[in-house]
Design a protein around this ligand. Structure first.
Ligand code: NAD
Ligand code: IPM
Ligand code: MN
Length: 326
């Protein structure tokens, strides 16, 4: 079966790691019908295009989207991140950001379920009296019962399907007494439907300690958009490096396309040198294949990415080594 995939290499190392991921998918024997979309900061600098509505609608018709990374230092912050990446996540209702982490020795194995359409990312707020000495900027956090509950339900379902059946809510309920209270009450209410899942709660600051000091305590973590963003860079750093961290922006209801992308960004500091580790993109492609029902191929790619310490050298050398292992 051929899968129709929209490929968005994006900017910086996104353009370097995506070809490696596509080579690995070809080597595992899964047939992809790919259409490449030239989008990102580099495109914007050329002709001012960020993400036209008709292109976004077209992206939603694919079986999945594979994205490298977007964002360039020459474009003001937010133009591409909000106008392209977050717009895709929001409009395509990819409400789950699933980010799995496994240490090379297997002692650490947890998944972060990050709410992907709300919170401080929703874009609520603005300026008053801009560019005056009395300027005010607000940036609110939007938390709907609907959005929080569907995310928490997904996390409970995932935890119930795993061997340890353990789910930790991470928030900051001691300070964010409105949004935190909604998250905690929703979590407690949904928990009554999952008596076989053991639950825990950590404040986000303490979760940072635990992720560094004893990450093996975690099985599944569910958290809001911003906490999930920060925790997953930290989780990547403590489980082998950000160059290994994969993610999926999922529309679990499959009403439109889900998007698979590394946790990392375009890494302007190393872009163009062929030094980026492509394993995060390769493992994101494996998540995509699993989502498309190609479970065996996904597992074979994951096995080929095991022992990442032995996968060294340039981007293409690592890609070739994974292909050789397959
Ligand atoms: P970054 O993740 O791009 O880089 C952070 C650090 O990690 C850098 O030192 C980089 O060299 C290193 N790194 C990242 N990926 C690596 C890899 N595969 N192999 C080796 N080293 C790697 O974060 P940043 O510098 O804060 O952001 C750069 C740009 O990327 C910004 O415009 C940001 O908005 C954007 N960004 C995009 C995405 C995305 O498209 N999904 C994600 C994160 C950041
Ligand atoms: C990520 C990135 C994005 C986010 C940015 C680029 C909008 O950091 O995917 O983790 O904050 O979600
Ligand atoms: Mn991030």
């Amino acid at each position: 079966m051929t899968h129709r995939i929209a490929v968005v290499p994006g900017d910086g190392i996104g353009r370097e790691v995506v070809p490696a991921a596509l080579e690995v998918v070809a080597a595992v024997g899964v047939d992809l019908d790919t259409t490449t979309f030239d989008l990102g900061g580099e495109r914007y600098l050329r002709d001012g295009v960020v993400l036209p509505d008709d292109v976004l609608a077209e992206l939603g018709t694919f079986d999945a989207i594979l994205l490298g990374a977007v964002g360039t230092p020459d474009v003001p912050p937010g133009v591409i991140e909000r106008g392209l990446l977050l717009k895709m996540r929001f409009v395509l209702d990819q409400y789950i950001n699933q980010r799995p982490f496994r240490s090379p020795d297997g002692s650490v194995d947890f998944v972060v379920i990050r709410e992907n359409t709300e919170g401080t990312y929703a874009g609520e707020g603005g300026f008053l009296r801009k560019d005056t000495p009395a300027e005010i900027a607000t940036q609110g956090s939007v938390n709907t019962r609907y959005g929080v509950e569907r995310c928490i339900r997904y996390a409970f379902d995932l935890a119930a399907s795993r061997a340890r059946r353990h789910l930790t809510l991470v928030h900051k309920t001691n300070v964010l007494t409105f949004s935190g209270d909604l998250w905690q009450r929703t979590f407690d209410a949904v928990a009554t439907e999952y008596p076989n899942v053991e639950t825990a709660y950590n404040h986000v600051d303490a979760a940072c300690i635990h992720l560094v000091a004893n990450p093996e305590r975690y099985d599944v973590i569910v958290t809001d958009n911003l906490f999930g963003d920060i925790l997953t860079d930290l989780a990547g750093a403590v489980t082998g490096g950000i160059g290994l961290a994969a993610s999926g922006c999922l529309n679990p209801d499959r009403t439109t396309a889900s998007m698979f992308e590394p946790v990392h960004g375009s890494a302007p500091d190393i872009a163009g040198r062929g030094e980026a580790n492509p394993v995060a993109a390769i493992l994101s492609a494996a998540m995509m294949l699993e989502f498309l029902g190609e479970v065996d191929a996904a597992n074979r790619i994951r096995s080929a990415c095991a022992a990442p310490d032995e996968l060294t050298g340039s981007t293409s050398a690592i890609g070739d080594a994974v292909v050789a292992r397959l």
